[in-house]
Design a protein around this ligand. Sequence first.
Ligand code: 5GP
Length: 205
Amino acid sequence: MPQGLLVVLSGPSGAGKGTVCQLLRQRNSALAYSVSATTRRPRPGERDGVNYFFLTREEFLAKRAAGEFLESAEVYGNLYGTPRSYVQEKLAGGQDVLLEIDTQGAMQVKTNYPAGVFIFLLPPSLVELEARITRRGTENLGERARRLAAAQSEIAQVRSYDYVVINDKVEQAVARVEAILLAEHTRVERFSDAELKELLGGQLV
Ligand code: 5GP
C-alpha cells in the first residue's frame, strides 16, 4: 500500500490556519489530523484531546525525552509537539496526515520527511493580519504585539516551503490546498515501479 502524504501547514498567527484546517477536514474526511501536545493553557471552548493534548511542562518534557514527538518547538513561551506514533500509523496505513505547526517544527519535519508537502498560508496583507489577531480577542495587548512581531519573522521563512497559499477567502484557500494535494498524489516519483506497472496495465515503458 502506498504511504500517505505528510502535509505540513504553517503560517503566521492570524493567517487563518485553524479555519482553513477545519474546512479542509470537513471536506476531506479521509485526511487524518494530528492533534498536537502543548503546555499552553486551554482557551475557552478548547477540549483536551480534540484541539490539543494539554500537558504540564514536566509531562511534555518527559514525553519529549522519551522520543514521543516527531518535532517540537517553543512558540510564544509554550511548548508544542507532534505525537510521532499517530503520524507514523496513519501514513503507513495509506492515509494523508495534516500537521498544523509553526515554522521551527516544519523545518524539523522537513529534515526527517523530505517527501512531505510543505504549505505556507499567508493573510492577504499585514494590515489584515493585525485586524484578525485583534478581532479574535483571545490574547491581551502584549501578547498580540508579540504575535505580530513573530508573524513578521515567520513570513520571512516562506521560501523554505513548497507552496504558498493566500487566505483571502477560506473556500478559495481550501480549494487551492486541495489542488496541491491532488497534484502531489499524481507525481510520478510517488509511485513505486510495481504501482506504475499496475496503473499502466502491465505495459511499463
Ligand atoms: P496556538 O497556541 O495559537 O494554538 O498555536 C500557536 C502556534 O503553535 C501556531 O503557529 C501553531 O501552528 C503552532 N503549533 C501548534 N501545534 C504545534 C506543534 O505540534 N508543533 C509546532 N512546532 N508548532 C505547533
